[in-house]
Design a protein around this ligand. Structure first.
Ligand code: HEC
Length: 162
């Protein structure tokens, strides 16, 4: 009896996983996470530039310790599949994706409070669900070094639900 109940609980949990992934949205999940962990250096309040402005004078903004704005859906997409395609994935990866060189991206540590790697892993899982299965790729629009350009098939996987 108990076994049966446990088995059905496990089934329910497993069945709800894909549903959970499909339900991840920018508004409900991604924006609140980025607000908590990233806006300090990546928002209008932080006087962060748009991606286009950032590219004009990266050195100036790096010195000021601000990165490109991530505080609206449109600004964020510039770093996912826009002007700086894949930057979001490259900087937040935990070092397990192809072309990560086995090293986490330099913004990965900001995904959680210090000494809470479980939170970093959980938040990364939410972001991966948001981009969609097969959509978390570190490639750029153009090939660079050993890294091939992003393919149309990879790009078609992106979900990025608002
Ligand atoms: C303490 C300040 C700070 C925090 C917090 C921070 N960043 Fe950054 N970020 C920067 C700075 C400065 C740069 C530009 C220098 C560099 O490229 O490393 C940057 C660059 C980036 C880039 C690369 C932009 C590009 O195309 O060159 C991405 C993507 C990024 N951050 C995402 C994030 C995300 C997502 C978070 C939250 C999980 C975050 N950052 C938290 C300061 C910060």
């Amino acid at each position: 009896m108990i076994l049966k109940a446990t088995a059905s609980l496990v089934c329910t949990a497993l069945l709800s996983l894909p549903a959970l992934a499909a339900d991840v949205t920018y508004r409900n999940d991604v924006a609140p996470m980025l607000k908590k962990h990233c806006y300090e250096c990546h928002s209008l309040e932080a006087e962060a530039p748009s991606m286009a402005e950032f590219k004009l004078d990266e050195e100036k903004y790096k010195k000021a310790k601000v990165g490109p704005r991530l505080d609206t859906y449109e600004h964020l997409l510039q770093l996912v599949n826009g002007m700086s395609t894949g930057a979001f994935m490259r900087r937040l990866d935990d070092g397990t994706s192809p072309y990560s060189g086995g090293k986490p991206g330099n913004m990965h540590k900001y995904l959680c409070d210090k000494d809470n790697p479980a939170e970093c892993a959980a938040n990364l899982a939410v972001l991966k669900a948001w981009v969609g299965e097969g959509g978390w790729n570190l490639n750029r629009m153009a090939a660079r070094g050993d890294v091939p350009a992003l393919t149309k098939e990879q790009m078609d996987k992106l979900k990025l639900k608002y």
